[in-house]
Structure formats: C-alpha cells, structure tokens
Design a protein around this ligand. Structure first.
Ligand SMILES: [Zn+2]
Ligand SMILES: [Zn+2]
Ligand SMILES: [Zn+2]
Ligand SMILES: [Zn+2]
Ligand SMILES: [Zn+2]
Ligand SMILES: [Zn+2]
Length: 238
C-alpha cells in the first residue's frame, strides 16, 4: 500500500518502527515510533499523526486566518520561530504567511487542559502571559525553574495565582484533529492539489466559437445563429 503526501515527491509506504531504531520524523523532527510513513530512498519519515495532519486548521491563537500546514519553512533562513514555544523549527509548521505566525505541529495540537502529578489542579493552556497580573513579569516555570517568557505559551493553574509552567515542561501530549476546519473541506493527505473538475458537460461551455454545441437547434436555426454571431468557422454546416 502506497501513500502520497503533499510534502514529498515520492510515494510513501507504511512501516513499523523497530525498538532501538532511530528515525527522525520529517514533520516534527522528533524520533519516530510505532507506525510511520516512509520513503527509504530519501530517508523521509513521518509519524502517522504528522502524515495525517490536516492541511488547514482554525486555531484559537490566531483566529483571523486559517493556519496552513507548510512542509518546509517559508522563510529564506529555512527555519521558523515557533510562536508557541519560542524555539526554532525546520520541518512542518502551521503558518499564516500574512501575519508571520508559525507553530510546530506538536505545539499547534497541545491539549487545552492538562494534569500533572506535580500539581493537584488542572492546568490550562495560556497563549499569552501578558494578560492579567503584571506581577507575573519575573515568573519562573514551576517545573524547570527557568524564566517564563511573556511572548510564548504556558500552562497556568486556574486556582493558584502565579502557577505557570512551560508547555513542553508539562506535557508532550498532542491532540491531533483539535482545530479542524468545520467547513467540510476535508483535505486528505493524498491531496494532489488539483482543483475539482466538474464531471458533467465536457467542453460544452467552451464559448461562442463552438457552433457544435447548438445540437438542439434545427439546421436552419443553427445557420441563423452562426450568421448572427458572424462566425466563419461554421463551414461544417454548409
Ligand atoms: Zn512527527
Ligand atoms: Zn523520497
Ligand atoms: Zn513550538
Ligand atoms: Zn494571519
Ligand atoms: Zn519549564
Ligand atoms: Zn493550582
């Protein structure tokens, strides 16, 4: 069984990763496990979830535009800076080119709520540390004790004031399919990029020069019509 992914020129086949086998995912740059899509010729591998990530999402972080899955960074530097975690990426991103919003695939699908054994309450995904209390200015992550950056996402406790943690310090969970577009335009991974062609009426709407279309007219009417249109290529009728 072969698959086509829009981010790769060759067909991909399914493969079961063996223990201790170290293959990096070309979508998220993390090590692959379980079932992957593979092109061995190019050493192009994708986690199943990365390979099936939808082409467009509506993300609450950037509601103005849909985010588009780009198989490579759209910048000349060949890398992007993830708005969620603040680190760079060189593989897949969900991006809005207009607004220079870029998210790692894994960051785009961080769960809205997580629980962690280190804290009794639910932690909520927070897109900006700017909102609310300004005392948060020099907050540190309660997990790693490093500074929590204003401009990037964190998880916050809704109960305890000032309990914040880096997203990646608290979870590696991803919830694929969270922000699918609800307009029914389900873009499968085998998308060829070709716009749908109308199945009916091949070439009947070619334009006025195609006299053959008028099959329901009597020959007389057709001639009249051709005459009216001033056509010279109606020769087949006479
Ligand atoms: Zn991946
Ligand atoms: Zn290939
Ligand atoms: Zn990120
Ligand atoms: Zn935008
Ligand atoms: Zn941390
Ligand atoms: Zn709490």
């Amino acid at each position: 069984m072969e698959y086509k992914h829009f981010g790769h020129e060759h067909n991909l086949s399914m493969y079961q990763v063996q223990p201790k086998q170290q293959l990096r995912c070309s979508g998220c740059d993390k090590f692959c496990d379980k079932t992957i899509y593979a092109c061995w010729h190019c050493k192009f591998f994708l986690h199943e979830h990365c390979g099936n990530a939808t082409r467009y999402i509506r993300h609450p972080f950037h509601t103005a535009h849909p985010l588009i899955l780009s198989p490579y960074p759209t910048y000349p530097s060949n890398c992007f800076l993830c708005n969620a975690c603040g680190t760079t990426g060189t593989r897949f991103s969900y991006c809005c080119a207009l607004c220079e919003v870029d998210l790692h695939v894994n960051c785009a699908f961080l769960p809205p709520k997580v629980t962690h054994k280190a804290h009794p309450h639910e932690l909520l995904l927070n897109f900006s540390n700017r909102t609310g209390d300004q005392s948060a200015t020099n907050q540190v992550c309660k997990m790693c004790r490093k500074a929590l950056d204003y401009n990037h996402w964190s998880y916050k406790c809704g109960v305890c004031a000032n309990y914040g943690v880096h997203t990646l310090c608290v979870t590696h969970e991803i919830k694929m399919g969270l922000y699918q577009m609800d307009d029914g335009s389900d873009n499968e991974s085998s998308d060829q990029g070709a716009p749908k062609t109308e199945p009916a009426a091949p070439t009947t709407q070619q334009g006025p020069s195609d006299g053959q279309v008028q099959v329901e007219l009597t020959p007389q009417e057709a001639l009249t019509l051709l005459h009216l249109m001033g056509l010279t290529n109606g020769a087949s009728y006479v």
